[in-house]
Design a protein around this ligand. Structure first.
Ligand SMILES: Nc1nc2c(ncn2[C@@H]2O[C@H](COP(=O)(O)OP(=O)(O)OP(=O)(O)O)[C@@H](O)[C@H]2O)c(=O)[nH]1
Ligand SMILES: [Mg+2]
Length: 275
């Protein structure tokens, strides 16, 4: 079995920083985690990519081509489609190593995840190659500290979940940038009770809420009834926080399960054996 995290989320939410943080943490704990850069427009990141889409196609190739003449957004979709058409290239680059663990650092164009089929096709491909894939959706914590923004972030997370249909974890990034007071406020949002959050909106002077109160409440009920959305805070300056996130995702994709079983067999011998 092989293991993959599909690191996705809006522009600037912290995807590439997350990848380099995880690689560093893995090295410190004697684990190997590789990163594949899937952003054809990336200019800078702090990790050495194991595979880099820019070696196949760069965003400039799509934008500067006389015939294609794409803008930045269409160009990006074109690049990902080109990657899918060249799946042999990706397969060869990834090799075939059992038990490898790879983070896919994806572009920040939210349409790729909410309604276009390209990422779903990428997931299908990875699954065919024996990868167990978890979607890791980044949201900037600074945009999640009031009811309306929370609702909007939640809806984005939900549409990604529905579009990709794979195990999914939401990460609140940049926790180190929040003040202590704001961090405390954020607690209400981590395991959200929509009633409390919506009550906040109702009590505020939101014109939106006045007009669309029933809609907002219906959305709140969907979130609650399906227990779909939960957020894990990540502070990249705190090793425990990084380790917790990694453990959570490892459990979801059942990384290291075989090793656990072996250890358990050794630690807990069958009592009948003594007789
Ligand atoms: N303080 C702090 N800054 C962060 C954190 N994560 C990201 N940043 C900063 O936020 C900016 C964007 O981070 P990136 O990791 O490039 O975000 P991205 O999601 O890969 O962005 P795109 O690929 O352009 O969509 C950079 O200036 C980072 O240094 C964090 O946890 N803490
Ligand atoms: Mg990036």
């Amino acid at each position: 079995m092989r293991y993959a995290q599909l690191v996705i989320g809006p522009a600037g939410s912290g995807k590439s920083t997350y990848c380099s943080t995880m690689v560093k943490h893995a090295t410190d704990t004697k684990r190997i985690i590789e990163v594949v850069n899937l952003d054809p427009a990336a200019e800078h990141f702090d990790y050495t990519p194991f595979v880099d889409i820019r070696e196949l196609i760069h965003l400039d190739d799509a934008m500067e081509d006389e015939e294609l003449q794409f803008g930045p957004n269409g160009g990006l979709v074109f690049c990902i489609e080109t990657l899918l058409e060249n799946c042999d290239w990706l397969e060869e680059q990834l090799g075939d190593v059992d038990d490898d663990y790879i983070l896919f650092d994806c572009p920040g164009q939210i349409e790729l995840y909410t309604h276009l089929p390209v990422m779903r096709r990428l997931v299908d491909m990875l699954q065919r190659w024996n990868f167990r894939v978890c979607a890791v959706f980044m949201i900037d914590s600074q945009f999640m500290v009031d009811g309306a923004k929370f609702l909007s972030g939640t809806m984005a997370a939900l549409s990604v979940m529905v579009n990709l249909e794979i195990p999914h974890v939401n990460i609140l990034t940049k926790m180190d940038l929040l003040s202590k007071t704001t961090r405390r406020q954020l607690d209400d949002y981590l395991d959200p009770d929509p009633h409390i959050l919506l009550a906040d909106m109702r009590n505020g002077q939101s014109r939106w809420h006045g007009k669309y109160a029933k809609l907002t409440e219906a959305i709140g009920e969907v979130i609650e009834n399906f227990s779909l959305v939960r957020f894990y805070p990540l502070n990249i300056k705190d090793e425990d926080s990084i380790e917790n996130i990694l453990l959570t995702i490892d459990n979801i994709i059942q990384y290291g399960e075989d090793t656990d079983v072996k250890i358990r067999d050794f630690d807990e011998p069958d009592p009948d054996d003594d007789e």
